[in-house]
Design a protein around this ligand. Structure first.
Ligand code: ZN
Ligand code: ZN
Ligand code: FE
Length: 759
């Protein structure tokens, strides 16, 4: 008889780990105990040597689907002589790691049962188990328990209860356990009345086939759904939703269906099939046969697999293989999740509503990820990932990062755990701000930390400034936008010490009151020094110049080249002479013309010069259209002329020669794709040259360099820049678990505050 203790670290609490240990202990005739403690799960085992080995093998090779094992530490122990194996109360109950379970896609075991006509959950759209189903979205209060969730209104039937109470059943303590006799049910509403259960589902499929738009209640909110192969239905959805060109996400029946329209690599397949089941942005492949209007002008398409049993049933025995599944929120407003609001808001959009009576308590959007060089590049971190905590080397207790104005999120610290909330959206209207406040107060209520430190952006006008006034914080720490991006990337890679940072994004408030967004910084989580930036030009009209990038292009040319620039702008935009004159006057008189030097605006300007579109109908559209032209290309022999000027110990980039040249090339008929490629490579080479200069003139020893800011979703920029910097001996780091865009800002702010506080 041998004995040992086994500590399992990682995501092992709240994922059915103790019942799993119980089961494999019994399987291998092992006695002892299992319990949760501060770090994870602690196991004491006694048994025959070979049985212990078999137990340890199972423990590491077949853990529960939702668990993530970071480490297993095995130590010899004294035999106690237990009678059996048992689950015992947590060590230091209540003080162990806080577990907020995340929503998970339906598992294969449940799917098998759902498709088995002999099973009492045959075709049941809410089948789930300990390893799958709703979690975060249905929690009312902690600890996570059925009575504190929106399942509390459903009384378990004897069959479900038996499974729920049986420690060897795969639904042991599955809080949302349900069946057709006792659980939630679907209803299809329309002008003609209501249908329930299977007839509701069948009718929905029929309607979609017939070209209808149906609002479907999912896990974290409502989707608008139509047949992705039906050109008319897609066009109608776009018109009704007032979404002219932003790509629509689709849901495909299975991997085979996806492989018919998109190129797939191993990482993308496993991401699609993961319990998190995000939307994965894939490259369309030759033979892509869906209508162009799904993702107009794009070489990529956002695809997900069905992730709820209900979704799977929509595809069952259906010749439709692809459904448009776009969040059912009116433009600019948060995702709809509340049944009452749905009918009001979607009155003009959807004809039919497939609803169910399991209440969504916390709306959450689909997560969106693209895989770049085999790494996850989060574009939106939400369903499936939120609010899984991220471990920090700092004490982050009682710190809240309030995030950005765009793509806003918040981040809460508890001991060494950081909980980043879901993607909320742009805090520019009442509804979204209320949504932010509600979700923040819920998460605060659950994690129960004192209000020690608020970390906020330097920008004086961000909505977060008002929101934080509701809480009695002991201190408020202001964090510069790009420093927060830098700190987020440092922590995302678990780095320490000094680093270089290249931060490229659309907008961030600078220490000098100007708009920054093309920055080379040096420093750490506590402080930074600005080493290089893009020279400023006025942005007359502010927001308007962002929505209509030709204004931005015209303004840049006039600011950089005076009368020559005016002539060029007039030649580019002959129908806009009046507007150009107004822009010039605004700049001269300094009326609503903030100074800006950002990567996003530079890309916008080049896009507008190349005539890629007059208006951006969604955030970053102009820049995305420009980058689309270089998809699949890497490297270019030619670059444009530019200057790197030096003054006050700061480098400043001047791309005015490049812009003028681009105008001439465009006017003389050079293809936009050639201009775009040469432009992209110019930016890469300019940054590399800047880094070489800085390395030479500064005494800084580090070779580590972090890349952050929303512009790094641009595959060319990220991949080429990383390659060139690596060639020159830099160690290059980009984001792994958080978005490089402003969705990661709250996390970075929190890190800066923790580092400053810990000094
Ligand atoms: Zn399951
Ligand atoms: Zn039941
Ligand atoms: Fe930013």
């Amino acid at each position: 008889m041998s004995a040992m203790t086994v500590a399992v670290l990682g995501r092992v609490q709240g994922v059915g780990f103790r019942p799993f240990v119980f089961k494999i202990a019994n399987k291998h005739r092992i006695i002892g105990t299992v319990q949760n403690n501060m770090d994870g799960v602690k196991i004491h085992i006694e048994g025959m040597e070979t049985d212990l080995e078999a137990f340890l093998f199972d423990l590491q090779e077949n853990p529960p689907r939702l668990s993530i094992i970071d480490d297993v530490i095995i130590k010899p122990a004294k035999a106690v002589g237990y009678k059996d194996f048992s689950i015992i109360p947590s060590e230091r109950a209540g003080a162990s790691m806080l577990v907020l379970p995340v929503d998970s896609a339906v598992c294969n075991d449940c799917l098998k049962e759902m498709n088995d006509p002999a099973n009492f959950r045959f075709d049941y759209p809410f089948i789930n188990c300990t390893q799958c189903g709703p979690r975060y979205t249905i929690i009312r209060d902690l600890p996570y328990d059925r009575t504190f969730s929106s399942m509390d209104t459903f009384r378990m039937c004897p069959d479900c209860e038996k499974e729920y109470k049986d420690p060897l059943n795969r639904r042991h303590h599955a809080q949302p356990i349900a069946c057709p006799n006792c659980g939630p049910a679907v209803t299809l509403y329309s002008q003609q009345g209501a249908l329930n259960g299977k007839s509701a589902l069948n009718k929905t499929k029929e309607l979609i086939k017939g070209g209808a738009i149906v609002a479907i209640k999912g896990l974290g909110g409502y989707h608008l759904c139509c047949d992705a192969a039906n050109e008319k239905a897609v066009a109608l959805l776009r018109t009704k939703k007032m979404r002219p060109s932003r790509p629509l996400a689709i849901m495909a029946a299975d991997i085979k269906a996806i492989s018919e329209i998109a190129a797939l690599n191993h990482s993308e397949v496993s991401l699609l099939k993961s319990p998190e089941a995000p939307i994965v942005v894939l490259r369309k492949k030759n033979g892509y046969h869906l209508h162009e209007n799904i993702a107009p002008g794009m070489s990529t398409i956002g695809v997900m697999l069905p992730y709820t049993p209900l979704h799977h049933l929509l595809f069952k025995e259906n010749e439709i293989q692809y459904l448009v599944m776009t969040s059912a929120n009116p433009s600019g407003l948060p995702i709809l999740y509340n049944d009452e609001n749905v009918f009001d808001y979607l009155d003009d959009i959807a004809d039919y509503y497939l609803c169910h009576d399991r209440e969504i308590l916390h709306p959450v959007d689909d997560s969106v990820i693209q895989v770049v060089d085999n790494h996850n590049d989060f574009m939106r971190r939400a369903r499936g990932y939120v609010p899984d905590p991220i471990h920090s080397r700092f004490n982050v207790h009682g710190i809240i990062g309030f995030g950005s104005q765009e793509k806003s999120t918040f981040a809460l610290g508890r001991n060494s755990q950081i909980f980043v909330g879901p993607h909320i959206g742009s805090l520019e209207n009442f509804e979204t701000i209320e949504h932010y406040k509600r979700e923040l107060s819920n998460l605060l209520n659950w994690i129960q930390t004192p209000y020690l430190t608020a970390a906020i952006d330097l920008h004086p006008g961000y909505a977060a400034r008002e929101i934080l006034k509701a809480y009695p914080f002991a201190e408020v720490i202001e964090v510069q936008h790009h420093h927060a991006h830098m700190a987020a990337c440092i922590a995302d890679n678990e780095l320490s010490g000094e680093v270089w940072a290249i931060i490229l994004d659309g907008t961030g408030y600078g220490e000098d009151g100007n708009i920054w967004g093309f920055e080379i910084l040096h420093g750490n989580e506590v402080e930074y020094e600005r080493m290089a930036h893009l020279s400023y030009t006025p942005l007359p009209g502010g927001e308007k110049a962002i929505k209509e990038p030709w204004r931005n292009a015209g303004a840049m040319l006039m600011a950089q080249w005076g009368e020559e620039g005016e002539a060029l702008a007039a030649e580019l935009y002959p129908s806009k002479t009046t507007e150009l004159f107004i822009l010039k006057t605004m700049m001269n008189k300094k009326i609503n013309s903030p100074l800006a030097g950002t990567c996003g605006r530079l890309f916008d300007a080049v896009s507008a010069i190349c005539g890629l579109g007059e208006v951006s109908t969604y955030d970053g559209e102009a820049a995305i259209k420009l980058s689309e032209l270089v998809e699949g290309v890497m490297g270019c022999d030619e670059i444009y002329s530019f200057e790197i000027k030096e003054g006050n110990g700061l480098l400043s980039y001047d791309f005015s020669l490049m812009l003028k040249r681009i105008v001439h090339e465009h006017l003389s008929g050079k293809a936009a794709s050639e201009i775009s490629l040469k432009f992209h490579e110019t930016i890469v080479q300019a940054l590399v040259q800047g880094m070489e200069k800085l390395k030479k003139k500064s005494a800084f020893a580090t070779r580590k360099i972090v890349l952050s800011g929303g512009s790094f979703h641009n595959r060319y920029l990220k991949t080429r820049l990383a390659a060139e910097l690596s060639d020159r001996g830099f160690e290059v780091y980009s984001h792994k678990k958080l978005p490089c865009n402003d969705g990661g800002l709250s996390f970075g702010q929190l890190i800066v505050a923790a580092a400053r506080r810990g000094k």
